[in-house]
Design a protein around this ligand. Sequence first.
Ligand SMILES: Nc1nc2c(ncn2[C@@H]2O[C@H](COP(=O)(O)OP(=O)(O)OP(=O)(O)O)[C@@H](O)[C@H]2O)c(=O)[nH]1
Ligand SMILES: [Mg+2]
Length: 269
Amino acid sequence: MSIQWYPGHMVKARRQIQADLKLIDVVVELADARIPQSSRNPDFAEIHHKPTVLAITKEDLADPKCTGLWMDFWRKKKERVVVLNVPSGRGISQLKNMIKTAVPNLRRPPRVLVVGVPNVGKSSLINRLVGRGSAKTGAKPGVTRGKQWINAGGFRLLDTPGILWPKFEEQETARKLAVVNAIRDEVVDVQELAHWLLGYLTENYWLAVSERYNLSSPANDLLQEIGKARGCLLPGGVINTEQAAALVLNDFRTGKLGRITLELPEEGN
Ligand SMILES: Nc1nc2c(ncn2[C@@H]2O[C@H](COP(=O)(O)OP(=O)(O)OP(=O)(O)O)[C@@H](O)[C@H]2O)c(=O)[nH]1
Ligand SMILES: [Mg+2]
């Protein structure tokens, strides 16, 4: 399977972001706590040199131990970083302070650009910062299509569409992005994706998987087993592994498998 997803609206959004950067004081770059490295756009670091705050979203879905390791890693690199649970508001006031300290001498409300991969929580974060539902949000990638300025709470915020990059150097990066639903399921092989995820979970979170699906031992054909256990059947009693795959991905995305992180910091990252 080779995953690519770089539709026209992202090409346009990238160009627009580049143009808007001239007006911006601070960049808030969002990354997903479950894939803190793979959800950072390598393309993006090249197009600007503005003060940046790295905001790690979906902390509530990630493994707290791993998030701690990532925080140590970034702090060593002297990155300004904050961990957020956007729906609950955890970390929001810390983020506000970090934005202000990133531009200490500014005498007007900072102009803040919010960027990140699709579905990482940009619009939800903006709504949290302004205290009302000004930006459209949704549990699927590609909700925001055009840029939008929002004024409130002492900031001027620019919401942008989620963007990916034209070519994934490693397909594993693409897989991780697809697992957290930053890439649409329509452009990936859902069964292969679930199979890959189950491989990772078997190695790193076997207890959670075995408990959720009543499995006694790791096996190569876990999708079959899960389909059987969950009654995902086609006419004639054939197991519907497509349906089982969708179920596993949905369980992961909604936290039903517990708090899981898919990558750890490495030397040289
Ligand atoms: N559990 C959890 N869910 C979150 C968090 N932040 C955002 N979400 C959910 O993630 C989904 C996507 O949020 P959006 O704010 O629409 O994401 P976006 O980055 O604007 O997405 P695009 O506009 O599609 O690029 C929504 O269902 C949010 O409720 C978080 O910290 N924890
Ligand atoms: Mg959005």
